[in-house]
Every structure is written in structure tokens, then in C-alpha cells.
Design a protein around this ligand. Structure first.
Ligand SMILES: C[S@@+](CC[C@H](N)C(=O)[O-])C[C@H]1O[C@@H](n2cnc3c(N)ncnc32)[C@H](O)[C@@H]1O
Length: 233
């Protein structure tokens, strides 16, 4: 299972692991922010049904959910390689596990349950804007009342068009991803130029609001990556 847009993750998952480990895309900051968010919520009496769209190896959520009352974890990803890592990382949650290979925007339409927590990190930017809007509507339809949506992604501010944002992103990679080899960086640049379609943050928020999500937080640890949390009331 896969497509050219996910090839880099299937063949080179170790590059992405290095990027996460070294915090080049602020993974550590997002991790801490979500951990605080979870700590503010009392441990739920009722077991959580969790959906992770574009879960990759699910390492972050698997760590954040450890010790919480998780009933089920559903993960969608186009990369079978990533899903095999996710299977191992999620085992300690000791919950019902459903890891499905394929496009999340299609799989969500077939989902036969609703979720307490829907999470997606660094995956939605692979969709075109029209697809993103439809996808967000489908997420809303599958979020339980009182449930939480957490989206982490690359997003741009109103002043930058896609080309300007991506070239600035690439320039920053060149200057700061010190432990990634030049040939691996070239693979990343190629992937970004061909397959990344970051939304404007302001538009993304307005699409959520149009779908009647209530925005609860916008967190920007740097100028390139954003986390937005929302609820369904
Ligand atoms: C940058 S990785 C992020 C992985 C993980 N969410 C994280 O933050 O560590 C992007 C992931 O999204 C997956 N992906 C990209 N487009 C997808 C789509 N349309 N449907 C499902 N998965 C997709 C890729 O295979 C990859 O595992």
C-alpha cells in the first residue's frame, strides 16, 4: 500500500525518526503541550476511543496515552512500513487496535464508530485544500459530542504563498537539520516540493469553525508548525 507522496516515509522512515528525535519540527514541544492538556483533564472514567489519521509509527500518541483508559485505538496510514512500527509502539496500551492501510480521507468515510479523541499530526497537508475541507467535515461527523480534535501540521501565515513558504522551509532545513545527511535532505526537499500543500492557518481555522468545531487552542512553537485543538459541543 502506498503512493508517491508516502514513498519517502515507507523507504526512509529513519529520516523522520531522526527529525522527531532532534526536534527539528518541534515534536518535543508538541509532546509537552499535549501532555499538559491531558493532565488538565481528569483521567476519564469512561474508556476512550481514539483515532489517529496518518498515524505513522504512532510513537508520540502511544507515549502520551500510556496509563490512560483507552478502549480502542484506530490508526490510518498509507505506509505499511509505518503501520508495522505503530503495531509495536501501541502494544503497551493494551486496548483494541485497528491499524488500517490506505488514504485516511477515504477510510474515514467507512468508519463504523465515533471517537472521543481524533488526532492527526503532519499528515493533512498532503491533501489539497478542497479535500482538507471535506476531510474536516468527516472528522466532525465522527467525533463524539464533547470529544477533542488535535491537529498538528505545517501551516503558513497569510503573507506567504505555497512556493515562498516551502522554499523558506527548505532553506531552514538546510541550515538547521545538522544530523541529516545532504543526500537525505535532497530526498526531503523533493518530497516537500512535490507533495506538501500547507494550508493557511487562518483558512484552516475558518474551515473548522464552518464545520461547527469550537477552537480551544492554537499553539505555535515556531513559525512553521502549528497545533490546533478543538471540541464538538
Ligand atoms: C510526516 S509523517 C507523520 C507521522 C506521524 N503522524 C507523526 O507525526 O509522527 C506523515 C504520515 O502521513 C501518512 N500519510 C500521508 N498522506 C496520507 C493519506 N492521504 N492517508 C493516510 N496516511 C497518509 C504517511 O504515510 C506518513 O506516515
Amino acid at each position: 500500500m502506498g503512493s508517491p507522496s508516502t514513498e519517502i516515509f515507507a523507504r526512509n522512515w529513519s529520516i523522520y525518526q531522526e527529525v522527531s528525535k532532534c526536534n527539528y519540527m518541534s515534536h518535543h514541544d508538541f509532546f509537552n503541550e499535549i501532555r499538559s492538556f491531558f493532565q488538565e483533564k481528569p483521567v476519564d472514567d469512561k474508556p476512550l476511543d481514539v483515532l489517529d489519521c496518518g498515524c505513522g509509527d504512532a510513537w508520540m500518541l502511544s507515549k502520551l496515552l500510556k496509563g490512560r483508559n483507552v478502549n480502542s485505538f484506530t490508526g490510518y496510514d498509507m505506509s505499511e512500513t509505518a503501520l508495522s512500527y505503530a503495531q509495536k509502539n501501541l502494544k503497551p496500551l493494551e486496548c483494541y487496535l485497528s491499524l488500517l492501510g490506505g488514504p485516511m480521507e477515504k477510510l474515514i468515510k467507512k468508519a463504523d464508530k465515533d471517537f472521543d479523541l481524533i488526532y492527526s499530526s503532519f499528515a493533512i497537508h498532503h491533501l489539497q485544500d478542497e479535500e482538507k475541507k471535506i476531510f474536516l467535515a468527516d472528522l466532525y461527523n465522527h467525533l463524539k459530542i464533547g470529544g477533542t480534535l488535535i491537529v498538528i501540521d505545517i501551516m503558513r501565515d497569510d503573507t506567504l504563498d505555497r512556493h515562498e513558504y516551502l522554499e523558506e522551509y527548505i532553506e531552514n532545513i538546510g541550515m538547521t537539520w545538522h544530523t541529516v545527511t545532504e543526500s537525505d535532505k535532497e530526498l526531503v526537499y523533493d518530497h516537500i516540493r512535490n507533495f506538501d500543500f500547507p494550508a493557511k492557518t487562518s483558512e484552516f481555522i475558518s474551515w473548522l469553525e464552518e464545520r461547527r468545531f469550537s477552537i480551544t487552542e492554537k499553539y505555535e512553537p515556531d513559525s512553521r508548525n502549528v497545533m490546533i485543538t478543538a471540541t464538538k459541543q
